[in-house]
Design a protein around this ligand. Sequence first.
Ligand code: FAD
Length: 398
Amino acid sequence: MTTVEEFRTRAREWLRANAKAFDAEAGSDPEGGGVPLAASKDFQKRLWEAGFAGIMWPVEYGGQGLGVAEYLAFSEVARDFVLPVMPFVIGLGMPGPTLLELGTEEQKRRHLPPMLRGEEIWCQLFSEPDGGSDVASLRTSAVRTETGWRINGSKVWTSGAQFSDFGALLARTDPTVPKHQGITMFIVDMHHPGVTVRPLRVATGHSPFNEVHFENVDVPADAVIGAVDRGWQAAVVMLRNERVSLGTGPRSRSNPLGFDALRELARARGLDRDPAVRRRLAEIHANESALAAYGRVLHEETTAGRNIGARGSAAKLAGAAQQLWASDLAQEILGDDLVLGSEDVAPVALAILTAPGMATAGGTNEIQRNIIGERVLGLAKDPGVDRDLPFNQLRFSR
Ligand SMILES: Cc1cc2nc3c(=O)[nH]c(=O)nc-3n(C[C@H](O)[C@H](O)[C@H](O)COP(=O)(O)OP(=O)(O)OC[C@H]3O[C@@H](n4cnc5c(N)ncnc54)[C@H](O)[C@@H]3O)c2cc1C
């Protein structure tokens, strides 16, 4: 039986031998940025072989069967390294935990081990052109066939769809009941000939997300996650995991908007003695530490089977705010350098352009505030005039 300290030592040694160490003086580096997909897959496979992927997942589904202490020990050690694991963040942070909670035995045995080994990448297919915040207004349909379901419709803002093998998709299976009741979650093979993925280009020049169109995409009956027409409940499970993962996920020291990288940026420009900069750096450090502590509590409670309720929203809101504060400070430190550029500026500029998206991804700040207002503070609910009407009687603008 290995102790947590032995596990931590083994993790540090493995990472030293297999991952790029964060080098403060060489400047920051966006996590996994610019790493070819094949190299990311290879790294994830080796991470799993070494016993550091799926640390808390059950052994029968490819996990390590360890506890939250080992998970946190690995996260702490990994902060000092640049891990090229971005393609797996969604699968392991959202559909993976949802399958663990709601999937059938067969689904878990089929999908979780290849996810952990980096062999199959997953995306989340929730948002639609006419419904982002109001997920339950989705119009993608799934109609019963002799062998399963036929899916038609469109999704948008689907991160990583262009390299995904599977997606967790929400579709309307019963339009005759109110909008939250007639939804089902499906596992969709992204290589099906009826799936078209169109990358969307953003201000950074990258295509982090996509439009995805479904035309007569047949899925088998056993592709349902949870129960038919209970997809809203499955979505709530996935969104809860998403909010904790986005708000308090492990922060690498190589994050260009993290405390370590920002302090180095200030030092390189002789600003680390400036009292105003020091004060804001201290605030960033305090917030980062508070978020890490909050993340530990939420992980411990989730592992113990307790419902964290609206605290996932608080974590998501705090994580998004932290990125924006850090982005403001980075812009002040860099000043004209941000435009004129020196070698260490490119990853910071990329992170600055990406930071505002955090206030939208996984549910906007306003939506998180609504949840906290209603469930924690007991404020009046949003009027929601369409909640009780059958979906097929709702009036849409087009
Ligand atoms: C970086 C990034 C990655 C993403 N990845 C994915 C992904 O992988 N899969 C996926 O399915 N989606 C993804 N999304 C989509 C994201 O979940 C949606 O953008 C988000 O839910 C908001 O939906 P919307 O863009 O349609 O905005 P809208 O819902 O149209 O909102 C527009 C504005 O109105 C406000 N608003 C809306 N309703 C209310 C209300 N009731 N009360 C107060 N204010 C309100 C919003 O806060 C926002 O400011 C991603 C988004 C981003 C930015």
